[in-house]
Unconditional design. Structure first.
Lengths: 80, 564
């Protein structure tokens, strides 16, 4: 799956979970730069990503998903 | 709605639900044995969907015991309307007999403390099965696997013997979605969520069903279509309908048996079918069928529009459309009723099984208080229909009232009736002057307090008993009496029973040396009927209260003989 497609789907997830329909994310986006991307939102984001891409990230991977770049990398590696 | 969507789009869903009008605000405290943030979010959505806007308090992580048992100024200040104890099998840390007794003792201490301190309904999760059997099948006999059942029996015994204590059956939910979906090790190890996130919307909906039932948001009437809803096939075209005998017919029979149980628990049944009456009757006397003509309070088998028929049933029963559920296999009929009568809850019965599941999921008839009167409700309403027939044939309304030969009884609350009085208080929406909702504990406290005057009223007539149908609670402040609550069941509107209640209130007030009575009218969407009640009795408006000197209250005549 291409980066662009993953990024688009991940952006939809961020918009839904953070309740901001105009939010734009890029590969440079990370938890410390987005308002609302706290530890509670993190759980919802990870769970939505797991559902969206039908993947089950490991604990290490979940802990690493603190930036969009890392999320894309993990999704790309997990989706067959 | 799908659990995944509820989790992902919860903000948007919540904001949309917050735009509804007429939301009732309630304060819910969640005392958790694990992380509860998502539980709180999902509970908020589930309650908003039921018209309740919650403010939610969450205990610190896994502090349910400490927060319940030790001094807790924060929870005191919050003053919860409902406390939800969110424990799960993750809180069971050992399986020895000693630990079992310890856990039972802790739970009991939690319940007692909360009850004494907050006097509000308590909802307790039961314990679900573990994910593992440990040493195999026999573990359920007396090993680890038997532990949840043992604690649960203890919880159920306490629930059966206590007022205001309700079990949230997460054991059922875990079984329903499957233990592999229920448990999620990652969610537990990383965030201390006792279940998978996906299980949480199910838990929230289940608790919300209990809460909305406690606040009188249950439905009262189930109106059903016949052809392809209550049996397979169209009886007018082919009399050999599918009901019992083969696999397809079995499914309809199961629906009959499910609905019959609802009726026995007090749900009123009606029929609304485009059919000739003789065909409807033929179907309802099918040799294999379980539901019979007598099980229904009203049968409309005709060619009128269904929305019109439902309105007629609502008028006949004197129950608001918001207490109706309508089920039909036809999408067009469902749409018609939805458009024309938005207050009615509509279910498309795509199959008998789907209808049962939709009723369960919505919790239309979730029961929290049962009283001896519930099982007789259908008969009571059927007697009411006979009264209406008599009324239609009487020349003058007073002649009709006289011919009913009514006998009333009005006495202070006694402990035998606290449950029925509480039920009536929480489900009466129309003749309800202050819309004050009380728990059974509140009712008991007022009944036993010296500074309160309480009255419960029964009304019988030649067609049968109506049971306990009215209540007044008034607080005595020196020589005046303030009516805190006055309710009357819509079953007996226009019979003059409120006059009898008023006359008894006035008599008792005089005996107590009271000189003045006052009361409030708190307007809601449903209680317009009592807007001018106090005015009609000669009370005068003073700010937000209606006031009258006891000897100036005009009590209208009535035709009810008071039984002493």
């Amino acid at each position: 799956m291409g980066k662009a497609e993953i990024l688009e789907r991940v952006q939809d997830i961020f918009r839904d979970v953070l309740g901001d329909s105009s939010l734009t994310i890029t590969e440079d986006t990370s938890a410390d730069k987005v308002e609302g991307w706290d530890s509670l939102a993190q759980i919802s984001i990870v769970s939505a990503i797991a559902d969206e891409f039908q993947i089950s990230p490991s604990i290490d991977e979940i802990l690493a998903m603190k930036s969009v770049e890392k999320i894309i990398e993990i999704v790309q590696a997990s989706v067959k | 709605m799908d659990a995944e969507i509820l989790l992902r789009k919860k903000r948007q869903i919540k904001n949309e639900l917050l735009e509804q009008r007429g939301l009732v605000e309630k304060k819910i405290a969640i005392l958790g044995g694990s992380t509860t943030n998502e539980v709180a979010d999902q509970l908020e959505i589930a309650l908003l969907s039921a018209g309740i806007k919650p403010t939610i308090y969450q205990s610190a992580y896994n502090q349910y015991f400490q927060e319940a048992v030790l001094d807790n100024p924060e929870l005191d200040a919050f003053a919860p309307d409902i406390i939800f104890i969110y424990t799960t099998a993750r809180n069971i840390t050992s399986a020895d007999a000693g630990y079992l007794e310890e856990l039972k003792g802790q739970l009991k201490q939690v319940w007692k403390n909360l009850k004494n301190k907050y006097h509000c309904p308590i909802i307790q999760n039961n314990f679900e099965r573990f994910l593992y059997q440990y040493c195999g099948n026999q573990s359920i006999v007396n090993g680890e696997a038997a532990f949840p059942d043992k604690v649960n029996s203890f919880i159920y015994e306490y629930a059966a013997a206590s007022d205001n204590f309700y079990v949230n059956d997460i054991d059922f939910l875990a079984a329903k979605i499957g233990l592999d979906n229920w448990y999620d090790d990652t969610a537990w190890h990383l965030y201390r969520y006792a279940t998978s996130l996906k299980a949480i919307p199910y838990i929230a909906k289940s608790v919300a069903r209990i809460i909305k039932s406690l606040y009188g948001k249950n439905k009262k009437v189930l109106v059903l279509d016949l052809d392809d809803t209550l049996w397979g096939g169209v009886i007018a075209e082919d009399p050999s309908i599918k009901l019992g005998s083969d696999a397809e017919g079995e499914a309809f029979l199961e629906l009959h048996s499910y609905i019959k149980k609802l009726k026995e628990r007090g749900v009123l049944l009606g029929i609304c079918s485009k059919n000739e009456m003789r065909n409807a009757e033929k179907g309802l006397s099918h040799p294999e069928g379980i539901l019979r003509k007598e099980d229904f309070v009203s049968i409309k088998a005709n060619w009128d529009d269904k929305d019109q028929n439902i309105k007629v049933i609502s008028d006949e029963l004197n129950l608001p459309l918001s207490s109706f559920v309508f089920a039909d296999d036809s999408a067009a009929m469902c749409e018609l009723v939805k458009q024309s009568l938005p207050e009615v809850s509509v279910v498309q019965a795509t199959s008998p099984k789907d209808l049962i599941l939709a009723i369960e999921e919505a919790g239309f008839f979730e029961e929290t208080v049962t009283t001896a009167e519930d099982s007789k409700r259908t008969e009571m309403y059927q007697a009411n229909m006979k009264r209406q027939e008599l009324e239609a044939h009487s020349l003058d309304y007073n002649d009709y009232l006289k011919s009913l030969e009514m006998v009333g009884r009005v006495i202070p609350f006694t402990s035998d009736y606290y449950d029925r009085i509480t039920q009536l208080i929480n489900k009466t929406n129309q003749f309800n002057l202050t819309v004050l909702r009380l728990s059974e504990a509140d009712v008991k406290a007022r009944a036993e307090a010296d500074n309160y005057l309480t009255l419960a009223g029964w009304l019988d007539d030649k067609f049968g008993q109506n049971g306990l149908v009215s209540a007044i609670i008034a607080e005595r402040k020196e020589n005046f009496l303030e009516i805190e609550l006055w309710i009357m069941s819509c079953r007996i509107f226009k019979r003059g029973f409120e006059f009898l209640m008023l006359s008894e209130l006035v008599n008792r007030a005089k005996e107590l040396g009271i000189t003045e009575i006052c009361g409030k009218y708190v307007p809601t969407e449903k209680n317009v009927i009592v807007k001018d009640l106090y005015k009609s009795f000669g009370f005068t408006c003073n700010g937000d209260r209606w006031v009258a000197k006891v000897d100036q209250i005009c009590v209208p005549d009535n035709f009810i003989k008071l039984e002493k």
